[in-house]
Design a protein around this ligand. Sequence first.
Ligand code: PNS
Length: 165
Amino acid sequence: MDSVASRPVTAIYPGSFDPVTNGHLDLITRASNIFDKLVVAVAHNLEKDPLFSEKERVEMLETATFKWVNVEIDVFDGLLMDYARAKKAGVIVRGIRAVSDYEYELQMAMMNRKIEPDIETVFMLPAEQYSYLSSRLVKELARLGGPIRDFVPANVQERLSAKFK
Ligand code: PNS
């Protein structure tokens, strides 16, 4: 068996990505620099009613991440830990923007550890300028005609403008 140090590590960055923001992309950059392979996994079954379809969310991510060779975009359904096992992933990446994110993320990470103790959750911090950014706020801004240019990549800006024109 390979030693831990020499084994390539696949990490999964799961989320709704409704839509992907520059904060997500900042995290993807950081995580893809650390792990050998990063799978950005779009949740298929959302309790929230998404603005964008699964296909649209995947397309936006694919366009925004085409330059990263070790980043793959995928969709998952059901339990994240079942998906992570199937992908032979060793790590789940989640972003923490502020203390307010921590409680929910901690609960999720501990539950995921109970389900699958061999998969670690790694919390990463986005750049400071994205610490207040969320997909929810971006959608609200777009719906009300506010400025979204600094918060999402160009392809997402176009899709948001089309949704709310
Ligand atoms: O971007 P989000 O909405 O914060 O992502 C949350 C997501 C999709 C990562 C989380 O809800 C999830 O992992 N869902 C899959 C179902 C699952 O495994 N639930 C148990 C988690 S403890």
